[in-house]
Ligand binder design. Structure first.
Ligand code: 4NP
Length: 161
């Protein structure tokens, strides 16, 4: 199972989500069964490490994302990943518009996909302060449980198919 997390710049939300989900999945019965990656719809920060505030926030929670490097969404990502999970509705619209029609149903909002019915968007913390990065981390943390639960169901369904 391959998951791609998508945001705008690939330096704040999606690398935090990638690092956290990798840590949570590897500590679950799903360890070794899920490949995670992240990208941005924009290319402004391609090749750069995550924003220092994102690195600090993740480190505060015991997750090292300093080795990640930003890259832009590419055509290959649509065939390479089972799900393209987007941080907000703008990202979802862009990701669907750039991809083949076949992939539309595999592009989703991360929080909805994780079953967080009341929330849709992971708000962009780029122009905010440390508290906004911490709020993003807390929201992703709540979503992580739903992500693991859903993945367990999908992998079970695959095994019995
Ligand atoms: P992200 O945040 O999409 O969560 O990585 C942003 C990072 C950079 C920019 C916008 C959002 N930017 O405009 O450069």
């Amino acid at each position: 199972m391959r998951l791609l997390v998508v945001c705008l710049g690939n330096i704040c939300r999606s690398p935090m989500a990638e690092g956290m989900l990798r840590a949570r999945i590897e500590a679950s019965p799903l360890a070794g069964q899920v490949i995670l990656d992240s990208v941005g719809t924009g290319n402004w920060h391609a090749g750069e490490p995550p924003d220092p505030r994102a690195i600090t926030t993740a480190a505060r929670h015991g997750v090292d994302i300093s080795g990640l490097r930003a890259r832009q969404l590419s055509r290959d990502d649509y065939s390479r990943h089972d799900w393209l999970l987007c941080a907000d509705r703008d990202n979802l619209r862009d990701v669907r518009a750039r991809g083949p029609a076949e992939a539309h149903s595999r592009c989703a909002l991360l929080l909805e996909w994780a079953g967080m019915a009341a929330d849709t968007d992971v708000r962009d913390p780029y122009t905010g302060d440390d508290a906004e990065f911490e709020a993003v981390w807390a929201m992703l943390d709540r979503a992580a449980h739903g992500v693991v639960t859903r993945l367990e169901g999908e992998l079970r369904a695959r095994e019995s198919a």
